[in-house]
Design a protein around this ligand. Structure first.
Ligand SMILES: [Zn+2]
Length: 178
């Protein structure tokens, strides 16, 4: 066996745009009281498959999770004195009930089963909706997302986008202008 270094054959590709999950400080708050003011109610997920917005993967049977109400613009807006007003929506998200270490570096966009429908909703620097588009995730899922994000950020007004599931309307993850 030779031991001289070889060039790595399959360095994992990272996504073109940085995928943002719910930040740790927000998770810590949500695990006590959610953005609707309700106490967090953890339970054991007996089936698995819940899309976890803390670490951007699906839950496994037996994990402790919670369904909480989350306002994905709220903390972003507070940090920069943006005023999203009525656009500061909140909605249901699954998270781990306890600290989970968050996502590992994304080598693919999460929750990207081909055929699934997504909304890529665009927001300006004040947190106001400035459009959006429907994305049916293609077989080449990463390329499909890359294209949708490139299209969104081609509009100079767009500061960030939220990817949402169409059927339930719920927030999945965020991408900011690179
Ligand atoms: Zn997690």
């Amino acid at each position: 066996m030779t031991s001289h270094p070889t060039t790595p054959q399959t360095a994992p590709r990272t996504t073109t745009y940085t995928v943002r999950s719910i930040p740790p400080a927000a998770l810590a708050q949500l695990r006590v009281t959610d953005d609707a003011g309700l106490p967090c109610a953890p339970y054991e997920d007996t089936e698995g498959g819940a899309p976890l917005r803390c670490c951007l993967r699906r839950s496994r049977a037996g994990e402790r999770i919670a369904l909480v109400s989350y306002a994905p613009l709220r903390r972003w807006a507070a940090e920069r004195w943006a005023r999203p007003g009525a656009y500061d929506e909140q909605g249901p998200v699954f998270v781990h009930a306890e600290e989970c270490g968050g996502p590992r570096e994304a080598t693919a966009y999460p929750f990207s089963r081909p055929g699934a429908l997504r909304t890529v909703r665009r927001y300006d620097s004040e947190g106001r909706i400035v459009g959006g588009r429907l994305l049916e995730i293609p077989e080449a899922a990463d390329e499909g997302f890359d294209q949708a994000f490139a299209e969104a950020f081609a509009d100079p007004e767009v500061a960030l986008v939220h990817v949402r599931a169409v059927e339930h309307g719920c927030f999945l993850f965020e991408v900011r202008r690179p």
